[in-house]
Design a protein around this ligand. Structure first.
Ligand code: BES
Ligand code: ZN
Ligand code: ZN
Length: 483
């Protein structure tokens, strides 16, 4: 993997108390009456805590008991719904992770589905990015599970994709400028998926005006990474991910308060890379292509300028009235390329596109913009299943006149005339580039960056406001329901 790797998972069929791990995590659900159901309770200490009402089994409730040299962590999972199980198991894992690098996860009393989700959440909760510190943090390296019917390959593959997405979204900008990101991805994907990199010269030659213009202000020139996984014949499903390695706003420079978050303006592309990785490792029977346009948006003598009119890959002339509305330019090119050159069957983009969607939906939910009823229903049910929150937003036709309102010279302007409806404006702008193909746009500016999510994020997200790899589990679930 790039910087981090999920813990290895092994089946351990002996007595949990004789496993080599010091910490044992036990998810505990409540019965119909709301009382926790004891499980793996050797000396009755759990039952005692329950009767004294010291442990209620609510989600996030933890009870730690030391027994025979082991630390048993009972983790409440409420009624045992999947999201509750994920959160409870994750909370238990974070506590258990302090006790050593090995964790025994007790799952025998759960349904297969709940056990799978508990394990996945435990893997996700073990994520730590310490590559940029001068000393290593303690980490869980191995998780043992006491049952044999789980699809460990699938669960680990999903965790790997999320880890990859988190790594890419969180690394500091100068660690992975566009060309270096492309190199690293090429290296990593060897034997897993095919990677083709369009360098700056090729982007210029082939008329990718959106990517070229946004990226040319930096010494580190832009690239388009194309990652293909052919698990089936036929036309591909295209996944497009906004990958702004750093978004300073460009000549329309952002204010200082929240600019550090813009290291994660690559969360969309990060998710696409994670999805392709996991899909390939799982061997999904689908033809997938990931399009990852990577740029750095900074002001300089070679930057694109407000009032420039640029020519996009599909010929659309876009008038730049704000260089900070850059994401739609780079993914507009990639979406059009997917629609026309790759003849994709359908196109889904993930993009940390607008501050407006964060104002509307907050840091935990993404906005879904699509006119396609099948995509809408399928993506919303994947959202419900995975707990990656998605809210359907309107592509309101009566706002379409805004697209041309500020275009004095070009066909359309890149930025809305005011802050009103700015996320809808961006979605209407992007839709043009799909050229009538089934298309869904996910504005993930909130959960992609975990913008202001500290204190309310689920326990399986990383601590400290790091990007959670939003979208990987959601889109994989969608793809699995499709394939
Ligand atoms: N990357 C930002 C979107 C963003 C802003 C994400 C705040 C998370 C928090 C995007 O490129 C941007 O700057 N959008 C502008 C668009 C505006 C200039 C039309 C915005 O939303 O303010
Ligand atoms: Zn911007
Ligand atoms: Zn941006």
């Amino acid at each position: 993997m790039l910087y981090t790797q999920p813990p290895a998972v092994e089946v351990y069929s002996g007595d949990p108390f004789s496993s080599p791990c010091r910490a044992i995590v036990v998810p505990i659900a409540q019965d119909e009456g709301g009382r926790p159901r004891p499980e793996l309770d050797r000396e009755g200490r759990l039952a005692e805590s329950i009767s004294l009402e010291l442990f209620k089994g609510d989600v996030g409730n933890l009870l730690e008991v030391t027994f025979e040299g082991k630390v048993v962590i009972y983790a409440g999972v409420g009624k045992g719904e999947l999201e509750q199980v994920r959160r409870g198991a994750a909370a238990g894992t974070k506590k258990g992770g302090d006790k050593g690098d090995c964790l025994y996860l007790h799952l025998s009393h759960l349904s297969r589905e709940a056990a799978s989700e508990a394990l996945l959440a435990s893997l996700l909760a073990s994520y730590k990015l310490d590559h940029f510190r001068s000393s290593r943090e303690s980490k869980v390296k191995k998780i043992l599970v006491g049952r044999e019917d789980l699809d460990l390959k699938k669960i680990s593959s999903i965790a790997e994709g999320v880890y990859l997405a988190r790594d890419v979204a969180n690394v500091p900008p100068h660690e992975l400028p566009p060309a270096r990101l492309a190199e690293k991805v090429t290296e990593l994907f060897k034997g897993v998926a095919e990677v083709e990199v369009f360098d700056f010269q090729r982007l210029l030659r082939e008329g990718f005006g959106g990517i070229v213009n946004v990226g040319m202000g930096s010494e580190e020139k832009p690239v388009l990474i194309v990652a293909r996984y052919r698990g089936a014949e036929g036309r591909p499903v295209a996944l497009v991910g906004k990958t702004v390695v750093f978004d300073s706003g460009g000549i329309n420079l952002k204010p200082s308060d929240s600019i550090v978050y813009m290291r994660s303006d690559k969360a969309g592309g990060a998710a696409v890379l994670g999805i392709i990785w996991s899909a390939a490792r799982m061997g999904l029977r689908l033809n997938l292509v990931g399009l990852v346009p990577a740029v750095i948006n900074v002001p300089s003598g070679t930057s694109y300028l407000p009032s420039d009119v640029i020519r996009m890959w599909d010929g659309t002339r876009v008038e730049i009235n704000n260089t900070d509305a850059e994401g739609r330019l780079i993914i507009g090119d990639a979406i059009a390329y997917a629609a026309k050159a790759l003849e994709a069957e359908e196109i889904i983009d993930l993009a940390t596109l607008t501050g407006a969607i964060v104002v509307a939906l907050g840091p935990l939910m993404a906005g879904l913009f699509t006119r396609d009823a099948r995509l809408r229903e399928a993506l919303l049910s994947s959202s419900a299943r995975t707990g990656e929150k998605l809210w359907h937003m309107p592509l309101e036709d009566d706002y379409r006149p805004w697209l041309t309102k500020n275009a004095l010279l070009g066909d359309v302007a890149n930025s809305a005339p005011s802050r009103a409806g700015a996320a809808i404006y961006a979605a209407l702008f992007l839709e043009r580039f799909a050229h009538g193909k089934p298309y869904a746009h996910l504005d993930i500016a909130g959960p992609g960056m975990a913008y202001e999510a500290s204190g309310i994020a689920p326990a399986y997200w990383p601590d400290k406001n790091l990007a959670p790899g939003y979208g990987v589990r959601l889109i994989l679930d969608y793809l699995m329901s499709r394939g």
